[in-house]
Ligand binder design. Structure first.
Ligand code: DND
Ligand code: ATP
Ligand code: GLN
Length: 690
């Protein structure tokens, strides 16, 4: 039964919060009109289920009032307009942040007013008033530090006042909002830096910011940098249509960043008012802060100041029902959709692999490698890396001693591809039939296959994988070479390798931190960028088109040209398992959240809605039940039965920030844990199971 308070299909159930940034069309010195425009946009944000709506600096009066700011009529009208807005906010979903000039202690402050459902939660004045070039704010305003009181009476209530306020939703974990004002983020240490260190995840900037040539790019860099450095969301709203153009112009730039990533931006120079929305992954921010332990060190350095910051709790009424995530979730976290980024990623990954092997050969003084070539993806990628490495070291590719070793289940397609590839890349190629040595071992251990019985158990499989590895290591001794490992990150995650004397072991493994979906793409990239000749490309394409298989169990009868086993039928589609792997190891997300993200990435949709630049073969779709089923397999294999294999892996370079599973790299874990906590969470919180 689904938990109605936490519906699976709502983004709020999975640690997201929807935020809005509005750019109203203002009238200079007309607070009642401006409050009305602000309210209209706030209503739109509310209908969209937003938890926060941010508006520009001094938006209630307009920013460009100059000395009119010292007119009591304007200031009184501002307070009256705010009173109306506070009243109207009772019906609204989001916390509102609006900008207004407000008088306290016979000083005028440039303020952010936080309003939630009929109540002013607090008022944050601007800390840094620009007073250079086109800015004259010190002429009219006092800075936050000039305030004597920490609380003020506003609209009949006592409210906290200061730049140190953190608005904290008691009902939505990790939703803690801080407001600063325009120039504040231009300073070397913006107030939001302390707010983030004190726990604010959503940093909002009410801005005016006139536009001059080149400034938009700088603003983006500031907001991106602040969001990345603070591991936070950074929301920015520059004033737009209606501001005075007496001396300046305005572009209405609204931005939403999350941890250095742009989620949404308004159209600049639009004539109409705008509202942009972004779904912030609060849990991702919390996870990243938790694992970036230097963030905590920075907080410790300022602990007295951070402890003194004030937390204003409010009971945010989380919007009910299904609120679908409106944020692109890439299907291939290891292979970006954007073709430019993808090419760059392939270039980086392949160079990291090559550099790893170059160093190992140079430092050992060994000039040859031994590799088993199956005609499958992993050994193909490792062979390509070996060829590039020899080229870089000025050694002949003949120093790659490549062996294809057909066994009981090798298909003619993979055998042919293995030979063609070894030839095309110029390796020294040989074939060793492992069946006689396997039969010897099967006889020695008394396995029924030795007496003609068709018993294809794990022992039967591992005898073959073991014989191959045993041959490779002895060949390496014999030829003074290193055994090049081929096993990839996805296999390591799933424990899909034969331990010890098997494909698990090698002298150096260039693929150890490369997931299967990236290996596939690296081979595609090698083809597309014409790194080898046309004949090599035909073979590489054929390897990409072949069913992924360990080829350890033979066909009963019939067509022997294709692999009999399908890896993905047993352990699940690699595209789903790589998705699971990324979000579980990189962010530590709970299974239900991974399932929610996976559903958003992979569920069937109309043709026209497919993300652009999707890698080939990736137009598959999976329903929630399928996603759940393979996630269950992943969790069990990853957390319960495979860690012992990862605790003893050969050396190999870490390739992506998404992970290495080496105990010396990015993943240290006990080999005797249980998967119960993950499986129970999946069962309890993902609908559609048995
Ligand atoms: N926690 C733990 N700590 C220490 N040792 C542990 C252990 N759990 C099991 N073991 C031992 O390890 C054994 C299981 O490991 P292992 O011997 O590797 O055997 P196992 O994992 O059962 O089998 C290897 C699997 O990998 C597949 N494979 C092999 C080769 C290549 C490919 C491919 O396509 O890439 C796939 C193959 O089809 C098979 O399903 C157990 O029988 C037990 O003796
Ligand atoms: N017929 C074979 N000849 C030589 N080596 C083999 C053969 N079969 C497997 N191996 C070695 O064992 C490794 C593991 O086998 P596996 O089937 O997992 O890899 P693959 O075929 O290269 O890639 P993939 O699993 O992506 O199809 C191979 O990369 C290869 O080094
Ligand atoms: N309103 C402001 O604080 C503007 C100052 C900011 N440096 C800008 O150029 O946009």
């Amino acid at each position: 039964m689904e938990d109605t308070a936490r519906p699976f299909f709502s983004l709020y159930t999975h640690g997201f919060a929807r935020v809005a940034v509005g750019i109203p069309s203002v009238r200079v010195a007309d607070p009642s009109a401006n409050a009305e425009r602000t309210l209209q946009l706030a209503r739109r944000a509310s209908e969209a289920g937003a938890a926060l709506a941010l508006f520009p600096e001094l938006g209630i009066s307009a920013y460009s009032n100059d000395d009119l700011f010292h007119q009591d009529a304007l200031l009184d009208a501002t307070v009256a307009a705010l009173a109306g807005l506070v009243e109207a906010s009772r019906e609204l979903t989001p916390l509102l942040l609006v900008g207004a000039p407000l008088r306290f202690e016979q000083k005028l402050f440039n303020c952010a007013v936080a309003i939630y459902r009929g109540r002013v939660l607090g008022i944050a004045p601007k800390s840094y008033l620009p007073n250079y070039r086109e800015f004259y704010e010190k002429r009219q305003f006092a800075p936050a530090r000039a305030a004597l009181a920490r609380e003020v009476v506003f609209l009949g209530s006592t409210v906290p006042f200061g730049p140190d306020l953190l608005f904290e939703a008691s009902t939505l974990p990790n939703f803690t909002v801080h407001a600063e004002i325009c120039e504040d983020v231009w300073t070397p240490i913006p107030p939001s830096t302390y707010a983030a260190l004190a726990g604010a995840t959503v940093l909002a900037n009410l801005s005016a910011s006139n536009i001059t040539i080149g400034k938009a790019e700088y603003r983006r860099a500031l907001c991106a940098g602040q969001s990345g450095r603070c591991i936070a969301a950074y929301l920015y709203s520059a004033a737009g249509p209606g501001e005075s153009t007496t001396d300046l112009a305005w572009d209405g730039d609204a931005l939403i960043y999350e941890n250095n990533e742009l989620l949404a931006e308004s159209e600049r120079f639009a004539s109409d008012e705008q509202l942009i929305l972004g779904d912030i992954d609060l849990e991702r921010l919390a996870q990243d802060r938790m694992r970036t332990t230097s963030f905590a060190d920075a907080a410790a350095d300022h602990r007295e100041q951070l402890r003194a910051m004030r937390r204003v709790a409010f009971e945010f009424a989380v919007p009910a029902g299904a609120i679908a995530l409106d944020r692109a979730v890439e299907r291939f976290p290891y292979v970006p959709n954007d073709p430019l980024k993808r090419d760059e990623r392939c270039y980086e990954a392949s160079n990291i692999q090559v550099h790893g092997l170059m160093k190992r050969l140079a430092s050992t003084g060994i000039e040859r490698v031994v590799i088993g070539v199956s005609g499958g993806l992993d050994s193909t990628q490792a062979l390509i890396v070996a060829a590039r490495t020899m080229d870089r070291l000025g050694l002949p590719r003949a120093n790659i001693l490549a062996y294809t070793m057909p066994g009981f289940a090798t298909s003619s397609t993979t055998l042919h591809n293995a030979h063609a590839l070894m030839g095309a890349l110029g390796a020294t190629a040989a074939e060793i039939d492992i069946r006689p040595s396997c039969m010897q071992m099967l006889r020695d251990i008394g396995h029924p296959y030795a007496s003609g019985q068709p018993v294809y158990d794990i022992t039967f499989e591992n005898v073959q994988a073991g014989e191959r590895t045993s041959h490779l290591f002895r060949l390496a001794n014999y030829h003074n070479a290193l055994v090049l490992g081929t096993g990839d990150l996805s296999e390591l995650a799933l424990g899909w390798a034969t331990y010890g004397v098997g494909d698990h072991m090698s002298h150096y493994n260039v693929n150890a931190s490369v997931p299967k979906t990236l290996i596939q793409h690296l081979i595609r990239w090698v083809i597309d960028s014409g790194q080898f000749d046309a004949a090599a490309n035909v073979t590489l394409q054929s390897i990409l088109d072949t069913e992924i298989s360990p080829e350890l169990v033979p066909h009963d009868a019939g067509d022997q040209s294709k692999p009999a086993q399908s890896t993905q039928a047993t352990i699940g589609p690699y595209e789903l398992q790589d998705f699971n792997l990324y979000f579980i190891t990189r962010y530590g997300f709970r299974p239900s959240k991974v399932a929610f993200l996976s559903y958003n990435a992979w569920h069937a949709r109309e043709r026209g809605e497919w993300p652009l630049g999707l890698p080939e073969g990736s137009r598959n779709a999976y329903d929630l039940a399928t996603i759940r089923r393979w996630l269950h397999v992943f969790l069990f294999r990853f957390f319960q039965i495979s860690q012992f294999k990862r605790s003893a892996v050969p050396n190999g370079p870490k390739v992506g920030s998404g992970g290495s599973l080496s105990p010396r790299g990015d993943w240290r874990a006990p080999s005797d844990s249980t998967a119960d906590a993950w499986l129970a969470e999946l069962r309890a919180n993902v609908p559609g199971g048995e």
